[in-house]
Design a protein around this ligand. Structure first.
Ligand code: BEZ
Ligand code: FE
Length: 306
């Protein structure tokens, strides 16, 4: 643990001589000083803090040369697997909780504004428009799920015309863009109506793994962690003058809620997906063979300048 009395993070390491510690301290200060004239003060602040925290980490764990090499190989592998469709560094940030921490910092709590969570790699610009009450499942296999709610601001005023983007994996655990063909399924956008309300058919979310065939997956395996994400439905909601909300809703009762691989779950986003028996009348009169579910998600948007 790094304390203010122990800035180098060497708590309890009595093996380090005074001279050794002085050498290591001196290097940290030299690197920090190398950034002292950075013209942009914010860049100076970030590079200085990065240097101090990085060196504190190296000194705390007393990193060996072999471990340093493994780290470099890991980062190189992340670079090699990254392309226009696959971003392994974002995935690394996700599984380290760095994405969620950045989201927490940048989405300050305002009244009862809906909490944000990770964006994930599977959003696609230009998803089809559906009417209120339409169906975004397309050919995606899964149990039908009726989703309804209202968009409001933090004062409680309804927000008409909010653009609501929704996307989700199918029951086999894949987003449409993960298939080799060019299908569009499990995604769409719609607009809240004059009362701020929205409603649509989707499919009941089920768990699926994050892409685990690269170095991040290997890291999860080596550390005994699962790549599975808790079942969820993605939302991105935009409206003039209001803060864009990127979030999900999660399924109450899902056993993965407390071990989501990217730390995306927040209690306020866990919703009751109420299972419906075959033959139960649907809200819009649609005929559904077999079971279906329904969920309510009321969305509160913070002011844009929050
Ligand atoms: C997702 O929910 O789509 C996702 C989020 C973070 C990493 C991988 C996938
Ligand atoms: Fe997802």
């Amino acid at each position: 643990m790094i304390t203010s009395d122990d800035p180098a993070g060497q708590a309890g390491d009595s093996e380090i001589s005074v001279e050794q510690r002085a050498r290591e301290d001196e290097l940290v200060e030299r690197v920090v000083a190398s950034f002292a004239n950075a013209p942009d003060p914010r860049l100076r602040q970030i590079t200085t803090a990065l240097t101090r925290h990085l060196h504190a980490f190296l000194r705390e764990v007393r990193l060996t040369g072999a471990e340093w090499e493994s780290g470099i190989e890991f980062l190189a592998a992340a670079g090699h697997i990254t392309d226009a469709r696959r971003q392994e560094f974002v995935l690394l940030s996700d599984v380290l909780g760095a994405s969620m921490q950045t989201i927490a910092i940048n989405n300050v709590a305002v009244g009862d504004a809906t909490e944000a969570t990770v964006f994930g790699p599977f959003f696609v610009e230009g998803a089809p428009l559906i009417e209120n009450g339409g169906d975004l499942a397309g050919d995606a296999p899964g149990e039908p799920c009726w989703v309804e709610g209202v968009v409001r601001d933090v004062v409680g005023n309804p927000v008409p015309g909010a653009r609501i983007e929704v996307w989700e994996a199918d029951e086999d655990g894949f987003y449409d863009v993960q298939y080799e063909d060019t299908r569009t399924a499990g995604r769409a956008h719609l607009f809240s109506d004059a009362q701020g309300e929205f409603r649509f058919w989707a499919i009941t979310p089920t768990p699926y793994p994050i892409p685990a065939d690269g170095p991040v997956g290997a890291m999860l395996a080596a550390t005994g962690r699962s790549p599975l994400r808790a079942s969820h439905l993605h939302f991105m909601v935009t409206a003039t003058g209001l803060r864009t909300l990127v979030t999900h809703i999660f399924v109450r009762g899902d056993e993965l809620l407390d071990r989501d691989s990217v730390f995306g779950v927040k209690e306020s986003l866990v919703k009751d997906f109420r299972g419906q028996e075959p033959g139960t009348p649907t809200p819009d009169g649609r005929a559904v063979d077999g079971t279906w579910s329904r969920v309510r998600f009321d969305i509160v948007l913070a002011p844009a300048d929050a």
